[in-house]
Design a protein around this ligand. Structure first.
Ligand code: SER
Length: 315
């Protein structure tokens, strides 16, 4: 049985991960933390205000609840980090370092997500290997590569059981992402339901990896439960479910909403970030070491996204 502290619990991943973890490990064994309060999550189980730039506060909450695991999700995404690089460094690197220190002091198992953003323009774009060149050109990417190295360092130097994945763009109908480059792949579904049209800030033909949230949540639980003897890699495993460009989403949506119309108004900043990332990463090492498997392709995900968003709109 685990007792888990989650930082950034109200973000895109956290808001759904909390519910899943509580259903597996019990409401009282999952301590949700964030810099603001959400009543629904706070009513379901323990909730504490924690700013990840305050190491003492993380330590106190982890100690008070006697947790054995920390899942560190609080971070700024790629486009926001490009707008405020210094703040991104303080939150992404400072928050990670603080949380790793607490994990070391209290001997906690540790998870934090890396990203396809940890790759750069010199990385092979197709079938991007697990072990390859990582010279990202964004602040977010610099943070993610440094974070992967720091997590491996804490494992090798101090024996902290650190584990992580390189998430692709995550798509969900529950909590919208904020400030990411892959956010278009969420917005397109809301706009398809509400307006039957979408203007993409990412250009036609720009491929990136994507994944439906249920697959991402399963991956976190599976990796954290994996037999450590089987883990050759730790920080962080390539995982992906879908490689797609904007027209692929349009075609999948048109199967349900034939009149859906996609136009383009490219944002040079986010387009530049997208072009520096891979088209399609290879997840075979994650499959070999801990059994990673995605259940949703773009068509299955699209059907569910459109159904769930329509039912929210028609409430
Ligand atoms: N979805 C993230 C972003 O676009 C990638 O990790 O920033």
């Amino acid at each position: 049985m685990k007792k888990i502290l989650v930082t950034g619990a109200l973000g895109q991943i956290g808001s759904e991960l909390i519910t899943k973890l509580r259903s597996i490990y019990g409401d009282s064994n999952v301590i949700a933390t964030d810099i603001r309060v959400d009543n629904q999550i706070a009513e379901q189980g323990p909730f504490e205000l924690v700013d990840v730039t305050d190491e003492q506060r993380i330590f106190q909450v982890a100690k008070d609840y006697q947790v054995d695991t920390v899942m560190h999700l609080a971070a700024l995404l790629s486009a926001t980090a490009e707008k405020m690089p210094k703040r991104a460094w303080d939150i992404n690197m400072g928050g990670l370092m603080n949380t790793l220190e607490v994990a070391r002091e209290l001997n906690l198992q540790f998870f934090t997500p890396s990203s396809i953003g940890a790759f750069g323009p010199s990385t092979p774009k197709d079938n991007t290997p697990q072990d390859t060149l990582q010279r990202p050109t964004t602040m977010y990417g610099v943070n993610k590569v440094s974070g992967e190295l720091l997590c491996d360092y804490y494992f090798q130097r101090f024996g902290v059981d650190t584990r992580g994945v390189r998430f692709p763009g995550l798509i969900s109908y529950v909590t919208p992402p904020g400030g990411g480059t892959t956010d278009y792949a969420v917005e397109i579904y809301y706009e398809a339901v509400n307006n039957k049209s979408y203007t993409s800030y990412i250009a036609e033909g720009t491929y990136m990896d994507m994944m439906f949230m249920p697959d991402a949540l399963d991956a976190i639980v599976q990796l954290m439960e994996a037999d450590p003897a089987k883990l050759i890699h730790r920080n962080a495993f390539n995982i992906s479910a879908i490689s797609a460009e904007p027209m692929d989403f349009a075609r999948a949506i048109q199967a349900h909403i034939p009149e859906f119309n996609l136009t383009f108004n490219v944002d040079p900043i986010r387009q530049g970030i997208a072009e520096s990332w891979p088209n399609r990463i290879d997840s075979s090492v994650a499959t070999a070491e801990w059994g990673f498997k995605a259940n949703y392709d773009i068509d299955r995900m699209t059907k569910e996204m459109l159904e769930k968003i329509s039912s929210k709109v028609n409430l």
